[in-house]
Write a new protein. Structure first.
Length: 94
């Protein structure tokens, strides 16, 4: 199964939209989400979008258990995102 890439655009101060980073939801992460309730999925994805895409304060507070689950979820998503990110240009030293 191919990896699913979700690209999010963020706004800069001039109200122009620019692509910054890709957020990768691998099949493993998606399968874990599917095994959760709709409410748990919503909380995790809302928090991820608030933290990583919009860079705004979270709209809801997480319980201690939700925070732990989110930390693991976030770590998996960010690790997959780094793994599948295009290589950065290398610095050339003269």
């Amino acid at each position: 199964m191919a990896h699913m890439l979700f690209f999010f655009a963020t706004s800069n101060p001039k109200n122009n939209t620019e692509m910054k980073n890709a957020i990768v939801l691998s099949p493993q992460v998606i399968n874990r989400l599917k095994n959760m309730s709709i409410e748990e999925q919503r909380v995790l994805l809302d928090t991820l979008i608030s933290d990583e895409v919009l860079c705004v304060d979270r709209s809801t507070k997480l319980t201690a258990v939700q925070e732990l689950v989110y930390m693991i979820f976030h770590d998996n998503v960010m690790r997959d995102s780094r793994r599948y990110a295009p290589p950065q240009p290398c610095c050339m030293v003269s």
